[in-house]
Design a protein around this ligand. Structure first.
Ligand SMILES: C[S@@+](CC[C@H](N)C(=O)[O-])C[C@H]1O[C@@H](n2cnc3c(N)ncnc32)[C@H](O)[C@@H]1O
Length: 204
């Protein structure tokens, strides 16, 4: 029986220091920040982990940041690296916020751990939580990472088996449009030797 994702990430927190900076996200962070019309507001980071580099970058730029993660150990790391971040220790599918609470939402290397059957409803919630002038950025797994057009299963990462799930990019775009988003960019990026689709959308 594989460990749950929460158990795996609680374990990763112990070795987090060794793996810090494994992924250079300077370019993707800059690209997203440029896409934002609001340059100072409220950020929601879903699956925030230790809060680096996204929540840290936004906090440094004067944003109020809220992070959601179901790993209490990762949130202990976040308290060290982004002490000003408000955190919620919950599954991202179980949280709720008032409409238009955030000017930007990020889900960096986290949404692909959520079963694809739940993606559409999560996109609908994000659309509701987002300021109409705000933007959402997320990392999506595709065939380039899992080897399959659609995937629900386990892949090895840093010596552990982790659950990943994704649809085809075409079905992902349908979900986003049905949730009320306009797609601003969708780029394959190889960061730290791993290729994922980086998607930026805004309410249409
Ligand atoms: C690869 S880490 C990425 C962390 C951070 N976003 C970053 O870029 O460094 C994935 C994070 O998502 C969290 N996570 C995965 N599935 C989640 C879920 N359903 N709800 C909340 N957090 C989740 C994990 O606990 C972990 O901290």
């Amino acid at each position: 029986m594989p460990k749950t994702l929460r158990e795996v990430y609680n374990g990763f927190a112990a070795t987090y220091e060794q793996n810090r900076g494994l992924f250079d996200m300077t370019e993707v962070l800059g690209h997203f920040y440029e896409a934002l019309s609001i340059k100072k507001g409220k950020l929601l980071d879903l699956g925030c982990g230790a809060g680096e580099p996204f929540a840290r970058f936004f906090a440094d730029n004067g944003w109020q940041v809220t992070g959601v993660d179901f790993s209490e150990k990762m949130l202990t790391m976040a308290a060290k690296y982004v002490p000003e971040m408000k955190t919620v220790c919950k599954d991202m599918r179980e949280v709720d916020f008032a409409p238009q609470s955030f000017d930007a939402i990020t889900a960096v290397y986290s949404l692909f751990h959520v079963p694809r059957a739940d993606h559409q409803s999560l996109f609908e919630k994000m659309h509701r939580w987002l300021n109409p002038k705000g933007c959402l950025l997320f990392t999506y797994a595709t065939k380039e990472y899992t080897g399959s057009d659609e995937f629900d299963g386990y892949k090895e990462f840093l010596g552990e088996k982790l659950y990943y799930s994704h649809k085809t990019p075409k079905d992902l775009y349908k979900d986003l449009i049905n949730a009320g988003f306009k797609i601003l960019s969708a780029d394959y990026r190889a960061i730290g030797g791993e290729t994922f689709l980086w998607v930026t959308v805004r309410p249409d």
